[in-house]
Design a protein around this ligand. Sequence first.
Ligand SMILES: [Zn+2]
Length: 76
Amino acid sequence: MAFQQNDRPQRQTFDVSGLSLKCAECNAAIDRLPFEPTLKEDGTYGKIYCFECNRQRRRDSGPRNYRGGGGGGSYR
Ligand SMILES: [Zn+2]
């Protein structure tokens, strides 16, 4: 019986050290990204954040609390 080794796929990172990208938040140099940056029409890669800032931002915008939508006002 062949035991298939299931290597945990490591999170792929792209080496972007040649692009001299900077974090839009803390200005830290970024040499690795979890995604491949795409050059936009204006010649920039858009806003790119370093790992730390990315994490923070994700946390900040966490689960969105949609406000309103039902409740109140339907008292008759
Ligand atoms: Zn940063």
